[in-house]
Design a protein around this ligand. Structure first.
Ligand SMILES: Cc1cc2nc3c(=O)[nH]c(=O)nc-3n(C[C@H](O)[C@H](O)[C@H](O)COP(=O)(O)OP(=O)(O)OC[C@H]3O[C@@H](n4cnc5c(N)ncnc54)[C@H](O)[C@@H]3O)c2cc1C
Length: 381
């Protein structure tokens, strides 16, 4: 029976980061994933400078961006009309998750994590697990980084997510028809969400996503969006849940911690999830190491929750601000302003590209928000 210090379930950005950090700190770590790598994950693959910085911190090296298209060319659209094109922004790197995640899992294994990829879990008992080949692995801390439909979250709390508050996205890899490097975002391609067209080196990722509660027919939204973009003969369209603004206030219990999508750590305005997945994986590992060094594995969650505070604060502010971007009451005023105000466009883009965090945005724009709210209300009445 393998005995380790930390078990990490899920080897996406959150799990690989957690395993890499714990292994670097000298812990014995088992990294389990039901998939065999390289494996794909439905995702736009937009890697911001925020994600890149967190990657460097967790994995101790820069991501390999060879064969990845990086762009500083961003277009915002609303209702089929181009609001703005910006070409002087921080680069956004457009990765394929097949190879991007492979880098991370390989790095975690290189740093000493034990490889249990390609293995399913048949039972979780405390912080130990049984694999479906009958193997048992025991540990003192368990990190659930197993995505939005987390088995570990279900084990702890009965459900992985609240369908009424979560998002859903559809996406496809369209063939490349031109050399444009413009990353395109279409607000209102979905309600409380958006559509996107991300150019990659070999294809173009096209998708729509938003809150399920506001988009009962996401397939129709995707059809309208691909019609708008004049795309035909598309490969299979796939769907995936997205914890878009619904984070868990209690992401764990005792010696069991949840990281990344399992903890609901996706930006409620931009949909960015890779950055907080990596960062929360790192924080979960550090909390585990600190608790184990004190001989108090059961304190891991308390330490982790404390470390997550800045991320939770960002997400709370973003969840409040998204009403200005997405709600029927303020949306037109917001986009009207976005079309006219270079400052607002830059701020939005700097948030998107990872150069500005929400608390700083609020400090910068706080004084303008009341008059904006008032204009939105007047328009409505
Ligand atoms: C359509 C779409 C587009 C997106 N675009 C972007 C984008 O452009 N930029 C961005 O930053 N974010 C984007 N996101 C969000 C981003 O994909 C996620 O936030 C991110 O992948 C979360 O990482 P994670 O490690 O928590 O989970 P995941 O990447 O989902 O990894 C979870 C891992 O756990 C494994 N697993 C699951 N269950 C089990 C189990 N029971 N046992 C063992 N292993 C298990 C899975 O095989 C998987 O490898 C997008 C999401 C969607 C749905």
């Amino acid at each position: 029976m393998p005995k380790v210090d930390v078990i990490v379930i899920g080897a996406g950005p959150a799990g690989s980061a957690a395993a890499a950090v714990a292994a670097r700190e000298g812990m014995a770590v088992a990294l389990i994933d039901k998939a065999t790598f390289p494996r794909d994950k439905l995702c736009g693959g937009g890697v911001t400078e925020r994600s890149r910085a967190y990657f460097q911190q967790a994995f101790g090296q820069d991501p390999d961006f060879d064969n990845i298209l990086s762009t500083s060319d961003v277009e915002f659209w609303h209702a089929g009309k181009r609001l703005a094109q910006m070409q002087d922004v921080a680069p956004i790197h457009l990765a394929m998750r097949l190879s991007f995640d492979d880098q991370m899992v390989n790095r975690a294994l290189e740093l000493g994590a034990l490889d249990f990829t390609g293995k399913r879990i048949s039972a979780i008992e405390g912080t130990s697990v049984t694999l479906d080949d009958g193997q048992e692995i025991t540990a003192q801390v368990l990190i659930g980084a197993d995505g939005v439909n987390s088995q570990v979250a279900r084990h702890l709390f009965g459900t992985a997510f609240d369908r009424d508050r979560i998002g859903f996205a559809l996406e496809t890899e369209a063939p490349k028809t031109d050399d444009s490097k413009a990353l395109r975002i279409d607000f209102n391609a979905a309600d409380w969400g958006y559509g996107w067209k991300f150019p990659k080196t070999e294809s173009v990722t096209v998708g729509v996503g938003g809150l399920i509660s506001h988009n009962p027919d996401m397939k129709a939204r995707m059809q309208s969006y691909t019609d708008l973009l004049d795309l035909e003969d598309l490969p299979r369209i796939k769907g995936h849940f997205l914890p878009f603004g619904h984070f868990r206030t209690q992401p764990g219990k005792g010696a069991t911690l949840l990281a990344g999508d399992a903890a609901g750590l996706v930006d409620p305005i931009t949909g960015e999830g890779i950055a907080y997945a990596i960062k929360s994986g790192e924080l979960a590992a550090k909390a585990a190491v600190a608790a184990l060094n004190q001989g108090r594995a059961d304190k891991a969650f308390a330490l982790y929750l404390l470390a997550l505070r800045p991320i939770h604060r960002n997400l709370r502010i973003a969840r409040w601000l998204r009403k200005l971007v997405f709600s029927g009451r303020y949306q037109n005023a917001f986009f009207d302003r976005m079309g006219r105000s270079g400052r607002l466009r830059h701020d939005y883009l700097n948030v998107l590209a990872g150069r500005l965090e929400y608390p700083a945005l609020l400090m910068k724009s706080g004084r303008r928000i009341p008059s904006f709210l008032l204009r939105g209300l007047r328009r409505r009445s």
